[in-house]
Design a binder for this molecule. Structure first.
Ligand code: ADP
Ligand code: MG
Length: 268
């Protein structure tokens, strides 16, 4: 990753190879400022790993990228498109829900808790959104859902309900479900933190496979091995700011800031 400092408002236009460009993103909850001017750039096909202590604002930042949280200042563009707002005469106007929903569909999100529908089979969980959004007919959605579940190694579990799957299997269904909307960007928020240690590997393997396939990903994780092996860039956040960023191997081997050193010493 190259950290660029573009002037506020400069266009991250589609076609320049940048998938996500965040500029001076600020976010407060009441009087508490949680994001204090985040800049970040993720190129198409890259994996950006986001690290930082609990409470540093990682989840909030991910939620800003698909406008689940409204930002107070700054700009976020995905594939050149301003998220959540239209710009008219230098002013930002929030989009309508429908337009926001359309933008959101292009961004897959996977959470620590899998949030599968418990009364639906794995296949139904994956096929649901494409049908509901009118994107695909039922038969086509089911065929593709089966292929996606095959891809995440669950070709023999199509008819299982979440309660009949391990945590690692449920998380792989959640990944397949996000992929069913054919997103151009995938956001992962500590996807393996809730898993028993022996189940972490199977989920990371699916994510590695996705990365190899060229998916652009932002991954909040404490899995340093994953960051080192799969990440193209690593961002270390603390207290709502980017403390340092760079090539994962560099940052992990030679952290420059005390806060990064202290954090890595805890998780390594
Ligand atoms: P991280 O994911 O790095 O652990 P979060 O983004 O979840 O951090 O939280 C950053 C800070 O924002 C925390 O202090 C948290 O308590 C606060 N916060 C997050 N969401 C809300 C909310 N909806 N209302 C108020 N405070 C929030
Ligand atoms: Mg979090």
């Amino acid at each position: 990753m190259t950290q660029v400092t573009t002037p506020a408002g400069a266009a991250g236009t589609a076609g320049d190879g940048v998938m996500v460009r965040a500029e001076q993103v600020h976010k407060s909850f009441g009087s508490v400022e949680v994001l204090k001017g985040i800049d970040l750039e993720v190129r198409s096909g890259e994996v950006c790993c986001l690290l930082g202590p609990s409470g540093s604002g990682k989840s909030t930042f991910l939620r800003c990228i698909n406008h689940l949280e409204k930002i107070n200042a700054g700009r976020i563009r995905v594939d050149g498109e301003l998220i959540g707002y239209r710009e008219r005469g230098g002013k930002l106007h929030e989009m309508r829900e429908k337009e926001i929903a359309t933008q959101r569909r292009a961004i897959g999100m996977v959470f620590q808790r899998f949030n599968l529908f418990p009364h639906m089979t794995a296949l139904q969980n994956v096929a649901e959104a494409p049908v509901l959004s009118g994107r695909e007919r039922k038969a086509a959605a089911r065929d593709r859902a089966a292929a996606l579940l095959q891809r995440v190694g669950l070709g023999d579990k199509l008819g299982n309900y979440p309660g009949q799957l391990s945590g690692g299997q449920q998380q792989r269904v959640a990944i397949a479900r996000a992929l069913a909307m054919q997103p151009k960007l995938m956001l992962f928020d500590e996807p393996t933190s809730a898993l028993d240690p022996e189940l972490v590997g199977e989920v990371l393997d699916v994510m590695k496979d996705l990365a190899r396939d060229g998916m652009t990903m932002i991954v909040v994780t404490h899995e340093i091995g994953f960051a080192r092996e799969v990440g193209d860039s690593l961002i270390f956040m603390d207290d709502g700011v980017v403390v340092e960023s760079g090539a994962p191997r560099e940052v992990i081997a030679n952290p420059r800031h005390d806060r990064t050193k202290a954090f890595l010493a805890k998780v390594l």
